[in-house]
Design a protein around this ligand. Structure first.
Ligand SMILES: Cc1cc2nc3c(=O)[nH]c(=O)nc-3n(C[C@H](O)[C@H](O)[C@H](O)COP(=O)(O)O)c2cc1C
Length: 156
């Protein structure tokens, strides 16, 4: 599955991690990204620490856990490519109205550098995971790991 298809229907919770230029890390709950295409996403960002950090350090990571299933989700490794302040352009992406934020937030674009499953980065993690999961959970759990054999930007 491609990230565009995945985030079109995925329901769950996301967190975004950023850091300032000295490497001091921040993390915040964030909505599902707006998919531009299979290599690019965008988030609407209030002018808070996440957004401030991205002014001096373009790197971010977004972790998404699905609502319905434990331990299913995805991690996106991102690099900021630009941002938009024009309220009309930001509004074009908005899913919900937040009147107090109107004209004060930003549409921030990212390139997706790498996609990983929620847990594990490759076959070397499998023996370790087996210690913690029952057999019936394993087949579900390993499904996202198949992406390791596929191009990095694909989920399966
Ligand atoms: C479910 C949920 C989704 C959120 N999505 C966003 C979002 O997409 N953009 C945003 O600017 N804030 C969003 N927030 C609000 C931020 O989590 C909140 O302002 C946070 O304190 C920002 O942290 P920071 O100051 O470290 O950037 C969301 C909050 C919740 C509960």
């Amino acid at each position: 599955m491609k990230i565009s298809e995945y985030f079109r229907t995925a329901k769950g919770r996301g967190v975004i991690a950023t850091a300032d230029s000295s490497g001091k890390v921040d993390v915040a709950i964030y909505a599902v990204p707006h998919v531009i295409d299979d290599q690019n996403v965008a988030f609407i960002m209030a002018d808070k620490l996440t957004h401030t950090n991205l002014q001096s350090n373009p790197h971010a990571a977004y972790l998404f856990t699905e609502e319905e299933e434990k331990f299913k989700g995805v991690r996106l490794f991102l690099t900021k490519t630009g941002e938009e302040k024009d309220p009309q352009k930001v509004d074009a992406f908005r899913r919900k109205e937040y009147p107090h934020l109107k004209g004060k937030d930003f549409l921030v674009y990212f390139r997706v550098d790498k996609v990983l499953p929620l847990i594990g980065a490759g076959a070397e993690y499998i023996p370790w995971i087996k210690l913690f999961l029952r057999e019936e959970t394993l087949s579900e759990f390993f499904r996202p790991l198949d992406m390791i054999k596929a191009p990095r930007l694909s989920l399966t």
